[in-house]
Design a protein around this ligand. Structure first.
Ligand SMILES: Cc1cc2nc3c(=O)[nH]c(=O)nc-3n(C[C@H](O)[C@H](O)[C@H](O)COP(=O)(O)OP(=O)(O)OC[C@H]3O[C@@H](n4cnc5c(N)ncnc54)[C@H](O)[C@@H]3O)c2cc1C
Length: 254
């Protein structure tokens, strides 16, 4: 078991890795429990700052909760996708193990659905690991707001890159007309129910035309994807006041 050195002055909640499993070839799901037994309190869509000790150096990165608050007995579930050459995402995918200790600060972030009780329809648009806060929102709102429906537009390179695929399918199956997922795949979309190509204004318009009126859009992904999607939404006449965004770029302090 790796324990964080006591000499390292890092503030936050000391947590144990209680479960870690492959999600895709390039990502892992990590379940963290506070050593004090205190549950994690957060809003769906928020993120935490995670400090890990790698070869004697304390490093920190930001990761979003993927569970609904209170699920998994108050634990925090993360989904970490390997970034090529990435220090922390590589460590978490290759070396982190059950029993290891990490220090967690947070929550933070404003990519949170507006407080409200349905009926309402939210459209979530995510690219790659940007799906993590969306999973938390879907799990939370489908369980707590029986009149709310959610449509997720999820962009990836190919099917093998789709994080939480099985979980998304299960959520669709158990929430029939309240949860829809539209996969947009750049490669190898043939024979599979997905839109082929990179998300563009035409694909987005086609998807949105088939949906009920939208109350709010929540968008998360790389800076490049965010610029694209926000531009397409503006082109489609969606007012900025109903769009909430979060960019997965450089780590920020909480
Ligand atoms: C609010 C927020 C929430 C996040 N939530 C998640 C999450 O739930 N799951 C997840 O997998 N990741 C998430 N991230 C990204 C995460 O914080 C790290 O940036 C990512 O894991 C890469 O860290 P690393 O140490 O592996 O890469 P580093 O060693 O820091 O960087 C490796 C290389 O990748 C580049 N790079 C690093 N991060 C990015 C980036 N985001 N975009 C473009 N280039 C980059 C660096 O410039 C460098 O060239 C989130 C980021 C933010 C800001």
């Amino acid at each position: 078991m790796e324990k964080i050195g006591t000499s390292v002055p890092v503030s936050g909640r000391r947590c144990k890795v209680v479960c870690i499993k492959k999600n895709t070839a390039d990502s892992v799901e990590i379940l963290l429990k506070d050593e004090s037994g205190e549950p994690f309190v957060f809003k769906p869509g928020q993120f935490f700052m995670v400090n890990v000790e790698i070869d004697g150096q304390m490093v920190r990165r930001t990761y979003s909760a993927t569970n609904a608050p209170g699920e998994f007995d108050g634990a925090l579930r993360l989904g970490v996708k390997r970034r090529p050459g990435g220090l922390v995402s590589g460590y978490m995918n290759d070396r982190l193990k059950v029993g290891d200790e990490v220090v967690v600060k947070g929550p933070g972030g404003k990519l949170v659905p507006t407080e409200g009780r349905g009926p309402r329809h939210l459209v979530l648009i995510a690219g790659g690991s940007g799906v993590t806060p969306m999973i938390s929102m879907a799990r939370t709102l489908l369980a707590s707001e029986p009149d709310t429906s959610i449509s997720l537009i999820y962009c990836n390179r190919c099917l093998d890159d789709v994080m939480f695929l099985q979980e998304l399918n299960e959520l669709v199956d158990s929430n029939h007309d309240r949860f829809r997922v539209f996969h947009v795949l750049k490669e190898n979309a043939e024979g599979w129910s997905a839109c082929a190509g990179r998300l563009n204004v035409d694909i987005l318009r086609d998807i949105l035309n088939g949906l009920p009126a939208v109350d709010e859009y929540l968008v998360c992904g790389t800076p490049e994807m965010m610029t694209g999607v926000c531009g397409y939404l503006a082109e489609l006449g969606v007012p900025a006041s109903v769009i909430r965004t979060e960019t997965f770029n450089v780590p920020e302090d909480i």
